[in-house]
Design a protein around this ligand. Structure first.
Ligand SMILES: [Zn+2]
Length: 499
């Protein structure tokens, strides 16, 4: 079963718990970087490279580095010893405008600098920015390389890594030589480096994915890669195709000791990175791995394969949490009671919010304190949509149809569109979703779900000022039918088998 403390953690998202990072680049690459990245102790990367302009006449004088990623600030301060030179190796003068921002006097052809890769102060940040410790590290080109493109065009690169003795490197970028990679879009490129980690591959006629795993866990490496494969297959069935050629999952312990249960993850491009502490007991440890993978692997399709832009986090986070929960029931990884328990907890947390704002509004402020609303209300909105769709269609349609429709219309390389506009347009095609959209997605009303729950035969009880949900003892035929569609029977079947 899923312990309440785990569920609580999902929603204590005042800080980042999960993040899916999307970067958009459509036109042919106009800039290219060829660089050498040398990893040295203690926690530094020396980057030396050249900028190659392809079919572009734009004069580049501004050199800047990522300064803020999902609420982690001042990354520019990690850059030092910055130097620029010209075609003939002559030094090029520049002024430092601020940390991580430089203005060259004339156009430069080559650059070198050092990046301080000490562990971020906040443990969860290690899932989102580059770092190194004594025997491993995560390297993300998005914060290691300069962001020289003025437009949203992808920067391609060829990177050669110079690693400490005994260190290995893994990535789903194209490996073209020893520690050398050809990269289509640097913003999506993730590398895991270090020693003492293991690799597991899962390749069958339908799926091909690989897992890099470091540290000791209460589950086996094989169990981890099998679970990842099963969850991936489930979503592949939902979307009707693979997310990418070969997704890479990196599962690693937090570089600094953290308390039991803590974890942070990010799915960028085709890489899922999960940083985690273990759990005290094996069953909890396995449950949590399921939970992490159900959420993050869904992001490989949504939002990472979508050509949608803007802040529509309420959808791709809130609806992902809901779908991951629903999938947990469908795969018998969690009980139906756990599903209800999580919904009730979200409802109770939402009730505590005095100042409610719409989901569209909260997504704009996800990294400035509105994070929990994105998750909590987003998930409740997804549930209410699911119930409305099931009820209206007598169980023939569910939230899965909405996911498929959004994916069908908006997967890349389809035309980029504003995420909020595109999603709302699709939701509005189903008239039964109008009230959910008006009240909770576009509006900021208190969640009133009695009618929806009644249609499923679920009742609410108050206990210590908190709402609990349970399935009624007496159900009518329609309620039974909808509950079965939601997976209520799965657990009964499973528990019968166990008897
Ligand atoms: Zn997420």
């Amino acid at each position: 079963m899923v312990s309440m403390s785990i569920i609580k953690k999902w929603f204590s998202a005042a800080r980042i718990v999960f993040a899916a990072i999307t970067f958009f680049a459509y036109a042919a690459p106009a800039q290219r970087i060829e660089a050498n990245i040398k990893i040295t102790s203690p926690a530094s990367a020396y980057v030396e490279g050249r900028l190659i302009k392809e079919n572009s006449n734009q004069t580049i004088l501004n050199w800047s580095f990522a300064n803020s990623i999902v609420g982690i600030e001042n990354l520019g301060a990690r850059i030092s010893d910055f130097n620029l030179s010209g075609e003939n190796n002559q030094t090029i003068a520049f002024v430092k405008l601020t940390d991580g921002e430089y203005l060259a006097s004339v156009e430069a052809a080559a650059f070198r600098y050092r990046v301080n890769l000490n562990l971020p102060v906040e443990a969860n940040a290690a899932a989102h920015v580059s770092w190194l410790d004594d025997d491993k590290g995560l390297l993300m080109l998005g914060d290691l390389l300069p962001q020289i493109a003025a437009s949203n065009k992808a920067i391609s690169a060829r990177i050669k890594f110079d690693l400490p003795v005994d260190w290995k490197i893994i990535s789903n970028e194209k490996n073209t030589g020893e520690n050398t990679f050809e990269i289509k879009n640097i913003e999506k490129a993730i590398f895991f480096v270090g020693k003492n980690w293991r690799e597991r591959e899962l390749v069958n006629e339908k799926i091909s994915l690989s897992l890099a795993i470091a540290g000791e866990w209460k589950f086996s490496d094989d169990q981890a890669v099998e679970t990842a494969g099963e969850i991936y297959a489930e979503y592949q069935k939902l979307f009707g195709e693979t997310s990418t050629d070969k997704p890479q999952i990196i599962l690693v312990r937090f570089p600094k000791e953290t308390k039991f249960g803590r974890w942070a993850a990010e799915t960028r491009g085709a890489s899922v990175t999960v940083l985690s502490a273990d759990m005290p007991f094996k069953t909890q440890s396995v449950q949590r791995l399921h939970e992490q993978l159900r959420h993050e692997i869904f992001h490989l399709w949504m939002p990472n394969r979508l050509a949608l832009t803007g802040n529509y986090d309420w959808f791709y986070e809130g609806f992902t949490i809901y779908q991951a929960l629903r999938t947990g029931v469908a795969m018998n990884q969690i009980r139906f009671e756990d599903y209800l328990g999580t919904l009730a907890q979200a409802y109770n947390l939402d009730n505590l919010q005095n100042h409610k704002i719409s989901l569209v509004e909260s997504s704009k402020n996800r990294w400035r304190g509105a994070g929990s609303q994105v998750y909590v209300r987003g998930m409740l909105a997804a549930f209410l949509c699911d119930v409305a769709l099931l009820g209206e269609s007598k169980g023939r349609r569910s939230i899965a149809e909405v996911f498929r429709e959004i994916y069908r219309q908006h997967r890349a390389p389809n035309k980029p569109e504003d995420g909020n506009t595109a999603i709302l347009k699709i939701l509005k095609n189903y008239s039964e979703l109008n009230s959910v959209i008006e009240k909770y997605i576009a509006g900021a009303e208190k969640i009133n779900w009695e009618t929806s729950l009644e249609s499923l035969g679920i009742e609410t009880n108050e206990e210590n000022l908190k709402t609990k949900l349970s399935v009624k003892k007496k159900l009518n035929g329609k309620q039974k039918h909808l509950l079965i569609e939601l997976g209520y029977n799965n657990w009964r079947k499973l528990s019968d088998k166990r008897k």
